[in-house]
Design a protein around this ligand. Structure first.
Ligand SMILES: Cc1ncc(COP(=O)(O)O)c(C=O)c1O
Length: 424
């Protein structure tokens, strides 16, 4: 069957979908279509079970839960890191579940940003998420430099970055590069392999923020030689609000001193010797700081099982089909309503969501919510729609675009203010 705008076509795609049964693993709300899994993933039954199991282990084992029970808390960060390793193409010891995106960025930069001679600058971009930029500026300040030491590569159109522009900015005064793997607005995938080898040819270390690629597409960080990476687990990984973040430290850097050391940076065998000289874990585990947030990591035990069963390649395949189908529907059904598709069309560059721009975006999002369709508004005029492979269907995409069409035809958005809500 070739593309057409009828519901039958979506239903046909759903019937052929190898991952369709995973939808039953999630709590989806009736009469609602969730398109915001790139902000906060949905709760799965497995994540619920693993969280309850950890609460039970607290009840049952009390203090001994650190070493007893099915998932001893003392090793939980390592266990979870190990099960996440395939998602980023890393070795088990290269990944640890700890902290949060921003804290992990601070930690990694505090270790990897070592200004020396004329190499004193950090290279980033103008489209990255604000928290990363705040952290980089704060790290510069801690080392005695002002914001002029942060070079931010410009975008030509305000949506996409050109890798060649980034490479040109890798000059002799750059000590460290931090970039997103996928841009949070336009969903553009940066070519991490190419950027890493260009950085290394120039003697510069490079790290990536994987918040918008983890759980949405495969990575090969070890093979590419990426120095470090960090990410959250509450978007595509479905770890729940504020679930514990994670980081990757390439094996070649094992032994590097953790900049924000704490007792959980320790080699596990020696941690309880209570010495005042730290013997750190040596691998990614050294980048933990204090006591792990066990209950905020608990949902990941269940959530990650689903990825290991589905396989990240199949997730990516379906995700591309979903976004392709959505873009086709938008082009055919919404052509008269001034939407601009701002995400890359090329599957090599397209992340896990569709990004639309419209002058009335804020109030269109409010009208979508009124109809039970949950989008994500980004200032000043962006609408992100993320059909997620594990729980969204092609029929969801069909209905989402139909609702959008009704809202536009009947100008239903006019009943709302064109302003963002406190969280959007
Ligand atoms: C790309 C990106 N980087 C960093 C962050 C900040 O993450 P956290 O609040 O978990 O530190 C976010 C949050 O959504 C993000 O999307």
């Amino acid at each position: 069957m070739t593309f057409n705008t009828e519901l039958k076509y979506a239903q046909q795609l759903d019937s052929e979908d190898k991952l369709k049964n995973f939808r039953n693993e999630f709590y989806l709300k009736e009469d609602s279509i969730y398109m915001d899994g790139n902000s906060l993933g949905l709760l799965s039954k497995r994540a619920e079970q693993s969280t309850l199991a950890l609460l039970e282990s607290w009840k049952e084992h009390t203090i001994d839960g650190w070493t007893d029970g099915e998932h001893p808390w003392f090793f939980l960060s390592e266990t979870l890191g190990g099960s996440m390793a395939t998602l980023i193409g890393g070795k088990k010891e290269e990944v640890i579940v700890t902290g949060s995106t921003t804290v992990n960025l601070h930690h990694l930069v505090s270790s990897f940003y070592q200004p020396e001679g004329k190499r004193t600058k950090i290279l980033a971009d103008t489209l990255n998420f604000p928290s990363d930029i705040y952290a980089l500026k704060a790290q510069l300040k801690l080392k005695g430099y002002d914001d002029s030491h942060l070079i931010q590569v410009e975008s030509k159109d305000g949506h996409l970055l050109d890798e060649e522009d980034i490479i040109k900015a890798m000059t002799e005064d750059v000590a460290l590069i931090v970039l997103p793997s996928v841009l949070y607005r336009s969903g553009q995938i940066l070519d991490m392999e190419k950027l890493t080898s260009a950085a290394h040819e120039r003697g510069i270390k490079i790290g990536f923020d994987l918040c918008h690629s983890i759980g949405a597409l495969p990575h090969d960080l070890h093979e590419w030689g990426v120095d470090f990476a960090f990410w959250c687990t509450y978007k595509h990984l479905n770890g729940g609000p504020g679930s514990v973040g994670a980081l990757f430290l390439h094996e070649k850097h094992f032994g590097v001193e953790p900049g924000l050391a704490g007792w959980f940076s320790s080699n596990k065998e020696e941690q309880f010797d209570m010495e005042h000289t730290l013997t750190h874990a040596g691998d990614a585990g050294a980048f933990q700081i204090g006591t792990p947030h066990v209950l905020s990591a608990a949902p990941l035990l269940g959530a990650l099982e689903l990825f290991n069963e589905a396989g990240i390649k199949s997730v990516r395949e379906k995700s591309l089909q979903l976004t392709d189908y959505m873009m086709n529907l938008i082009k055919h059904e919404l052509s008269e309503f001034d939407f601009e598709i701002r995400n890359p069309i090329d599957p090599k560059q397209r992340g896990g969501h569709v990004y639309l721009e419209h002058a009335e975006a804020a109030r269109i999002c409010k009208a979508l919510k009124m109809h039970g369709v949950i989008p994500d508004f980004r200032m000043p005029s962006g609408i992100r729609l993320a059909p997620v492979a594990l729980y969204n269907s092609f029929e969801d995409v069909y209905h989402c675009v139909q609702v959008l069409k009704t809202i536009m035809e009947n100008k239903e958005y006019e009943q709302f203010e064109n302003e963002r809500n406190i969280v959007s």
